[in-house]
Design a protein around this ligand. Sequence first.
Ligand code: SF4
Length: 352
Amino acid sequence: MNIQKIEQILKDQKQPKFRLGQIKKAVYRDGISSFAEISTIPKELRSVLEKEKILSFEVEKVLVSKDGNSAKALLKLDDASKIETVLISPKENIWSVCISSQVGCPMNCAFCATGQTGFKRNLTAEEIVDQVLFWKQYLMKHETCNMKQKINSKLKLSNVVYMGMGEPFLNWGEVLESLKILSDPKGMAFGSRSISISTVGIPGGIEKLTQDFPQVNLAVSLHFSKDKNRNEFMPANKNLNLEKLKVELEKYFEKSSRKVFLEYIMFSGLNDSEKDAKNLLEYIKSFKKPQLLHVNLIRYNSTDSKDKFISSSAEQAVKFRNYLLGNKINCTIRRSLGTDIEGACGQLAGKK
Ligand code: SF4
């Protein structure tokens, strides 16, 4: 929702200041899909607002997984750019939204469909928040059979993760604005601890988070624990190698003492051997407070049959996890959701 535009309309219509609060509540809290549905504002104002769209994009496609536990939407922005957003239910009655912060991504990670499409532009705060709003409206409409089975009166979006297309710290100004709206008690009212920002590691990025919005969770897409491999598959490592990343994280721990999640996508034969687990252990143990790091193992979601990256087997993931747990490192295997809806970031938007 374009708040500035709504404010201007209210001013032009000589409406009292509290009208904005009524509109925000109806849109952000109650999840209405059209301004015409707001029963708390005068009819004349409704008919003026009715001409405005709530969402800043058109919904091109929504794919729902067979098990009804995840859905992915392809959204077309005003300039015809396309982005993706994903809804996931990791547990009964818990719904998480994964949102994009950029159109494409300049970081060029070799295994990522978004990275392969290149970078087009940053998203505005409105376009970022509207992805969450879209899923809220979608769930309220109970649009699909698969989803219906999972939805009941306890329906609630529980978490938001900035883990879709783009690197959030490269669009920090707009991401920060979106965080303010998402966490505003008069806005979408997400608790800060229900929001996570995921980064590959950008010089100064973690520091910005510590200064501007320390309450949200931080996740780092690590994937490899040796610079040689990280440089090869994640060019961002050339600007912030593992040692420098550690320095940024140690500073974060000095100020926040909050747990940081290390995301580790598992690729068969590339980063899933016992030696790789040892290297990761060594890296984590080199921190002053290794107990503040939590490893999330995610088996790779292949983009197509010609994909040169192959997912690690479930057995290998368990072995890897057990090795870390046996060495007192916090570690979980994240369930792979949405493999039948091209669940990995950028797989849908990258299609012609
Ligand atoms: S994995 Fe994340 S940072 Fe890397 S290219 Fe994809 S979207 Fe960008």
